[in-house]
Design a protein around this ligand. Structure first.
Ligand SMILES: Nc1nc2c(ncn2[C@@H]2O[C@H](COP(=O)(O)OP(=O)(O)OP(=O)(O)O)[C@@H](O)[C@H]2O)c(=O)[nH]1
Ligand SMILES: [Mg+2]
Length: 362
């Protein structure tokens, strides 16, 4: 999974990138154009730790997420009709966006709009996303319109209609994610990497003093966030970055001092997963215990295919035990004795936390 971090200049994107990825990228060096920061992190999952203890495997492989932190979006970023800004191109390929919204006050950190106003900033950024998509949809529709004139096929007409629908929605400031499409239409649109089609998680970047006395409540943003399924997580970016730089053993005490119940990193990943409709399952084949990520509703045979195409082709059955049951019983051996391993066929729908052994034949 790939997640792009966006927001206005100096809203705290790189600070939060560092917190999420335990990186040390330079913060506060506003310079407009720069290469994106990238880092891959292992998805923290306490269930995997329990399994590690139970199986004592040679290798423990968590799921991974890549974060891409780009330069700040500015007003008019999408005005250039000829070439798309490189940092916008860089986020067209991600699965989900994190929009960092500044709530912290600071005498020393400048605000491109002159004052702290999260709702206005969200609007500014979202307008840029809409414009960037509009330019792209317009260009592509123009090309198709030409094709429709010179060599009309049913397909070109259909594709042109899809883009027209997108353009009309964007002109009304509707995000593409809030439109209805058929499977086939979605397949066609997937190639464009429309920014307003991506799930978005908003991170309200608070100052330290806001932990105890929040300036804004989540409810203040209800009905305001786009696309409509989005949600907002308040996070204290600077503190989270400090926490990420501590030794793991020192973190709980530090967090307690500031009245933080858990690190925001885990919450961000959880919310990111649920926005994308992703779940985790686990396998314990041979020397390896491993976490896998699939879309909710994935069948056992497709899940096997994600591991290896041979496993999909030669699929026989899946031996499944829910994580909680396995944890209670204490070991696979015990689970076998108790007959707690369920046998499922191809069409079984994988559930979050399933511990699975695939039986296959090649
Ligand atoms: N007081 C305070 N300062 C913060 C907070 N989060 C970030 N900053 C500061 O804000 C400045 C900008 O932070 P960055 O993380 O570099 O912001 P950015 O969004 O990546 O900036 P650009 O990449 O230039 O767009 C830095 O000096 C940070 O130390 C916060 O929660 N409180
Ligand atoms: Mg930055």
């Amino acid at each position: 999974m790939r997640i792009g971090i966006i927001g206005l200049p100096q809203s705290g994107k790189t600070t939060i990138f560092n917190a999420l990825t335990e990186s040390q990228a330079k913060t506060g060096d506003y310079s407009g154009v720069k290469d994106p920061n990238r880092a891959v992190v292992k998805v923290p999952d306490q269930r995997l730790d329990v399994l590690a203890e139970m199986f004592n495997p040679e290798r423990l492989i968590p799921a991974e997420v890549e974060y891409i932190d780009v330069a700040g979006l500015t007003r008019g970023a999408s005005d250039d009709e000829k070439s798309e800004a490189a940092y916008i191109a860089a986020i067209r390929q991600v699965d989900e966006l994190l929009q960092v919204v500044r709530s912290f006050e600071s005498e020393t950190v400048f605000h491109p709009e002159g004052s702290v106003d999260p709702k206005r900033d969200i609007q500014t950024v979202n307008t840029e996303l809409i414009l960037a998509d509009l330019v792209l949809a317009d260009k592509s529709a123009g090309k198709l319109e030409h094709q429709v004139k010179v060599a009309k096929t049913d397909e070109t007409v259909r594709h042109f209609e899809i883009l027209k629908k997108c353009k009309e929605a964007l002109e009304e400031e509707t995000f593409i994610a809030d439109l209805e499409f058929s499977e086939e239409e979605l397949k066609f649109l997937a190639g464009f990497g429309l920014l307003t089609q991506k799930p978005m998680l908003y991170l309200l970047n608070m100052g330290e003093e806001e932990i105890k006395k929040p300036k804004y409540e989540k409810e203040d943003f209800a009905g305001f966030l786009k696309p409509s399924r989005s949600c907002l997580v308040p996070i204290c970016g600077e503190l989270e970055m400090e926490i990420s730089q501590l030794e793991e053993a020192d973190r709980p005490l530090f967090m307690e001092d500031y009245g933080l119940e858990r690190s925001a990193t885990e919450e961000v990943i959880q919310e990111s997963y649920s926005l994308l409709g992703l779940i985790s399952f686990f396998t314990y084949a041979g020397p390896e215990v491993r976490a896998w990520t699939v879309k909710e509703g994935t069948s056992a045979v497709k899940a096997a295919g994600q591991i290896h195409s041979d496993m999909e082709r030669g699929f026989i059955k899946a031996e499944v035990i829910p994580f909680e049951t396995l944890k209670e019983l204490g070991s696979i051996q015990k689970a076998k004795e108790k007959g707690a391993l369920e046998l499922h066929g191809k069409d079984y729908v994988i559930k979050d936390g399933d511990v699975v052994m695939f039986r296959f034949n090649v």
